[in-house]
Design a protein around this ligand. Structure first.
Ligand code: FAD
Length: 386
């Protein structure tokens, strides 16, 4: 439900802009922080706590968890602003990497014990969380996961291996999708909270995504003993819980992409008016103007569809199809925008770690994460043919 008003949103946006421009970006510059730095969990927590202190971190959470129940629509606006600021640490500001975005609607099924020990510390920026579904042999085909949780009295014994888990590098706890009943397919999957310092848990960092960011890792579970009190919802409801989370999450990835593409577009506008070739700014060439026109049009389309879907989510409507449409269109369109930004910037645009070059690599990833473009098309086709 939307508890925020337009005035609230305007003042939060202004405060957030001030923090990003006057504090975070100058801090990054003074510390020489770059996209591919390996940041420690403790360092990440200092950013989370500062964001919490300023009232941004966890705004989307219900009042009981210290949030204001910010609507999906308003959250999209803030996420877009944060990504468009160009701050390198931007995914930490609203908790995308380990924070409230990872727990999101899981609070709806959490018990008082889970809220006290996991949700509240994550909401306060004291603990980091990650969401672990994917395995080496189970990506798009998520119900084929093999990680097993076997009941042993008041505990589960968990064994398995999760692959490419965002924010595991900063996390203290993982929401792990496990098979509790192998005969029931999707209805035999359960979501269990696992402390990452429990005996038998280890992380490996054998790869880096093309962005070079140190955020993802594999998590190995070797006979890890977890209290049954850590089961989220009912046994066998894990896949439904995950899908409910994934639908809104797909939508909430969109403003991150739009913000990055917007930054690349704004930089392109500036660059095109400043860069001089053949006796004047390159913005006087129609070829450049058309690229800028396509970029502006693409952004407008992306913003419009995300806004419409976010309003549906705020009305409590099922956004499975619309979220898939947004994730598909926005990830592909924003990548095209970044590609044009690289083109307009010439050699500057292909220089490693220039913001436009980074946006291009980062936006490419989004066509894979949280369901590939093909999987989004499958979801949309299923809905329209139903
Ligand atoms: C940076 C990054 C962060 C990630 N973070 C997380 C995380 O936090 N938690 C988590 O659980 N997972 C995470 N993942 C995993 C991500 O969700 C998977 O990569 C994604 O679901 C696709 O699975 P896959 O990579 O195994 O590709 P595959 O499923 O092997 O797909 C390979 C190709 O086949 C296509 N394909 C597969 N099935 C079909 C089909 N039915 N119809 C048409 N085409 C199909 C795909 O679209 C793709 O083009 C992350 C991945 C990356 C790269």
């Amino acid at each position: 439900m939307n508890h925020s008003t337009h005035t609230d949103l305007a003042s939060i946006r202004e405060k957030l802009r001030h923090y990003l421009v006057e504090e975070l970006i100058p801090f990054e510059k003074s510390q020489g922080i770059s996209y591919e730095d390996q940041l420690s969990r403790d360092f990440a927590k200092t950013i989370w706590k500062r964001s919490r202190e300023l009232g941004f971190y966890g705004l989307q959470l219900p009042v009981e968890l210290g949030g204001i129940g910010l609507s999906v629509s308003d959250l999209c606006v803030l996420k877009d602003d944060v990504a468009a600021s160009g701050a390198i640490l931007s995914p930490h500001v609203l908790g995308d990497w380990g924070g409230p975005s990872r727990i999101g609607n899981l609070v709806n099924v959490a018990t008082p014990y889970q809220i006290e020990n996991y949700m509240l510390p994550v909401a306060r920026g004291e603990k980091g969380a990650c969401f672990a579904m994917t395995e080496t042999h189970s990506g798009s085909d998520a119900t084929s996961i093999q990680t097993r949780a076997v009941r042993d009295g008041d505990h589960y014994i968990i064994s398995g291996h999760k692959h490419y888990i965002t924010a595991s590098a900063f996390a203290d706890v993982a929401v792990v999708m496990c098979v509790t009943d192998p005969d029931k397919g999707a209805d035999g999957i359960s979501a269990i909270l696992v402390d990452l310092d429990a005996p038998g848990v280890s992380l490996s960092y054998d790869y880096l995504p093309m962005t070079g960011q140190h955020v993802d890792a594999d998590i190995h579970f070797d006979n890890v003993r977890v209290p049954r009190a850590n089961l989220l919802g009912e046994e066998g409801s894990g896949f439904k819980i995950a899908m409910a989370r994934v639908n809104v999450n797909r939508l909430l990835h969109c403003p991150n992409m739009i913000g990055l593409a917007r930054m690349a577009y704004r930089m392109s506008l500036d660059y095109a008016s400043q860069r001089r070739q053949f006796g004047g700014p390159i913005s006087r060439f129609q070829a450049i103007q058309h690229m800028l026109a396509d970029m502006a049009t693409g952004l407008y389309a992306c913003e419009g569809m995300v806004k419409a879907a976010a309003l549906m989510a705020d009305r409590g409507e099922d956004v499975r199809k619309e979220a898939a449409m947004c994730k598909l269109f926005v990830s592909e369109k924003c990548f095209e925008i970044a590609d044009k930004a690289v083109q307009i910037h010439g050699n500057v645009g292909v220089t490693k770690n220039h913001p436009v070059e980074f946006a291009f690599r980062r936006l490419r990833l989004y066509r894979i994460v949280t369901g590939t473009s093909e999987i989004q098309r499958n979801t949309i086709a299923k809905a329209v043919l139903a």
